[in-house]
Ligand binder design. Structure first.
Ligand SMILES: Cc1ncc(COP(=O)(O)O)c(C=O)c1O
Length: 396
């Protein structure tokens, strides 16, 4: 991993440095003494904090007040039948406090903030990170300052404001919001939660891999599919699986397939053309993955290559269809970026990148409850009088 300065993991002798310094420098590597004992045994309780022996928090009571992690690994029978994937699982990351996988990173960053007495936290976001930080900060009694693109999803914006965050809409879009948020955090001494910059975000998101492995009965899946925005979701997942191997409890990592939008595929381009990152202007309705210059692009490329996986780019239409299939065949409600991994899995299967007998996990990273405009029902509703014959006629 990147790193000028180095922080040691739990059990090391040095105290944790001020997370604010780490975050604004963004150059920290967390080191752990990997061993089987670092992985907990017994019933799957405790949520994300279950893995605190592999997280950058010292001993002591957890101060962050909301439950986090421990999301279900679903084995949806109807979806398995529909896809022909007998060992398909959905890791349902929509079950966090604000309905996205960002809640893990928020929790760990804020836990560290609470322990070091920091009062203001900030980030740039396409929508979900800011919502998560706003709500998490409210719960923790901290002030959030969030920078979002001007055209941010209105429901997400309302949630940020409802939770009492200071919201700054940046006219020039997400890349500019990211830059100015970093400058502001440095200038005003806030804790920078920015994804891919604050190293604790990666540490938190890697717990998804630990959970998948434990939920499969301490077995590795063959393939895991994840969306790519800035890249930490995918690279953290890969890090988590690698750490299980380093701890000596697993012998291999899964292939990792990343999914981007056709209108925003900078990482796929790096892989296909073996070229450096070329920032682009995103053109996709999947706001969570509308990132034209992903902060963690090189890490994602390395992880995908080393795992023997690939990156696919799909049209927005495929995400909208996937939202419908997930709702109708698995009862899982997703937003476009949240359904991207499942859409990518369907494509990967049709391309022969995934075999039907393999154990495959698709991450569902964001709830559809915040994005009602993208929910396309297959049936219309009928207005009836309260009479059995009208019920019969309507359902005919
Ligand atoms: C629902 C959803 N899925 C996926 C992503 C992409 O995650 P990352 O930026 O870690 O690659 C985001 C980012 O905001 C998101 O909101």
């Amino acid at each position: 991993m990147i790193g000028a300065s180095i922080c040691r993991g739990t059990g090391a002798t040095e105290p944790w440095p001020n997370p604010d310094q780490e975050a604004t420098q963004g150059q920290v590597e967390f080191l752990y003494a990997y061993a089987p004992e670092r992985i907990p045994g017994g019933p799957l309780t405790g949520g994300m904090w279950r893995y605190r022996e592999l997280l950058p928090i010292a001993d002591g009571e957890i101060l962050y007040p909301m439950p986090i992690g421990g999301t279900p690994l679903l084995a949806p029978p109807a979806l398995r039948r529909e896809t022909g994937l007998a060992h398909l699982y959905l890791k349902d990351e929509t079950r966090g406090p604000t309905g996205s996988n960002k809640d893990r990173a928020t929790a760990l960053v804020l836990e560290r903030a609470l322990r070091s007495g920091i009062k203001t936290v900030s980030c740039a976001s396409t929508g979900n990170v800011a919502t998560s930080l706003a709500v998490g900060a409210a719960a923790a009694g901290l002030q959030a300052v969030v920078f979002v693109p001007e055209e941010v999803n209105p429901a997400k914006l309302r949630l940020m404001l409802l939770a009492g965050a200071r919201v700054l809409k940046v006219r020039e879009g997400y890349a500019a919001a990211f830059r100015i948020s970093r400058e502001a955090a440095k200038a005003f001494g806030w804790l920078d939660r920015n994804t891919g910059v604050n190293p604790a975000t990666l540490e938190a998101k890697k717990t998804v891999a630990f959970e998948i492995w434990e939920q499969l009965g301490r077995r590795m899946p063959d393939v895991v599919v994840a969306p790519i925005g800035d890249g930490p979701t995918l690279s953290a997942l890969a890090k988590g699986f690698r750490e299980l191997v380093l701890c000596g409890v697993a012998s291999r990592v899964p292939r990792i397939i990343g999914v981007q939008a056709e209108g925003c595929q900078p990482v796929k381009r790096i892989l296909d053309e073996d070229s450096p990152l070329e920032p682009i202007v995103p053109d996709t309705l999947a706001d969570g993955i509308a990132v034209g210059a992903p902060v963690s692009a090189s890490m994602v490329v390395r992880e995908v290559r080393e795992s023997g996986g690939s990156v696919l780019a799909l049209p927005d239409e495929a995400f909208l269809e996937a939202i419908g299939v997930l709702a109708q065949r698995a009862g899982v409600l997703a937003e476009p970026a949240g359904a991207a991994a499942f859409a990518g899995l369907l494509r990967a299967t049709s391309l022969g990148l995934v075999a039907r007998e393999e154990t495959v996990v698709a991450l569902v990273t964001g709830t559809g409850l915040k994005t009602p405009d993208f929910l396309r029902p297959v049936l219309g509703a009928h207005t009836i009088g309260a009479d059995l014959s009208e019920v019969e006629q309507a359902l005919r």
